[in-house]
Design a protein around this ligand. Structure first.
Ligand code: MG
Length: 169
C-alpha cells in the first residue's frame, strides 16, 4: 500500500462459551494469550482467543486486506486448535511489510465471568510482544454486560479492537 497517511482499523470478535471438556465443545478459556480459570471456554476451530482474533482483524482492516476468516479458514485442518498468536504475528508482519508502524492499539473485552481486571497487564504484555511494540501503546479494557443478553448471561465473550497505523518515518 503506497500511502503517507495514517490508517485506522477496527476488529470485532465473539465466541460462544460452553463447558470445558477435553473432547469439546468448550476449549480452555484463553484471552490475549492468558489462560483464565473458568468452567466454560470458547467454542472455536482454533484456540478461540477472541482478543487475538479481534486485533488481527483490526490490523488487517487498517491495511484494507481480507479478514481473518478468509486468511485462515476455519475449515482448514491446519488451524484446528491452533495458537491464535500465529494469526496475530502474520497480521503484524503484513503491517511492517506494508511500511507501517503501530501508533496505538485499544482493546475492549466484554465478559461477564471470570474477572478480566487482574489479567490486563499480562494481556498488554503479550500483545506488545507479539506485535513488537511498546506496552504503553497497547491498552486493554474490560467490562461486563450487566447480566443482559447472551454475553451478560455468560454464554459468550465479545471483543472490540481499534488500531492506528502510521507510515514508517
Ligand atoms: Mg474468533
Amino acid at each position: 500500500m503506497k500511502t503517507q497517511k495514517p490508517r485506522i482499523g477496527h476488529g470485532y470478535d465473539l465466541h460462544r462459551l460452553e463447558k470445558q471438556h477435553p473432547e469439546g465443545p468448550g476449549r480452555p478459556f484463553i484471552l490475549a494469550g492468558v489462560t483464565l480459570e473458568h468452567v466454560k471456554g470458547p467454542v472455536s476451530h482454533s484456540d478461540g482467543d477472541a482478543v487475538y482474533h479481534a486485533v488481527t482483524d483490526a490490523l488487517l482492516g487498517a491495511l484494507g486486506e481480507e479478514d481473518i476468516g478468509q486468511l485462515f479458514p476455519d475449515d482448514a485442518p491446519e488451524w484446528d486448535g491452533e495458537d491464535s498468536a500465529i494469526f496475530l504475528k502474520e497480521a503484524g508482519r503484513r503491517v511492517a511489510e506494508a511500511g507501517f508502524d503501530i501508533g496505538n492499539l485499544d482493546v475492549t473485552i466484554i465478559c461477564q465471568k471470570p474477572k478480566i481486571g487482574p489479567h490486563k497487564g499480562a494481556m498488554r504484555q503479550n500483545l506488545a510482544e507479539i506485535l513488537a511494540t511498546s506496552p504503553e501503546d497497547v491498552n486493554v479494557k474490560a467490562k461486563t454486560h450487566e447480566e443482559v443478553d447472551a454475553v451478560g448471561e455468560g454464554r459468550a465473550v465479545e471483543v472490540h479492537a481499534v488500531v492506528l497505523l502510521f507510515p514508517k518515518g
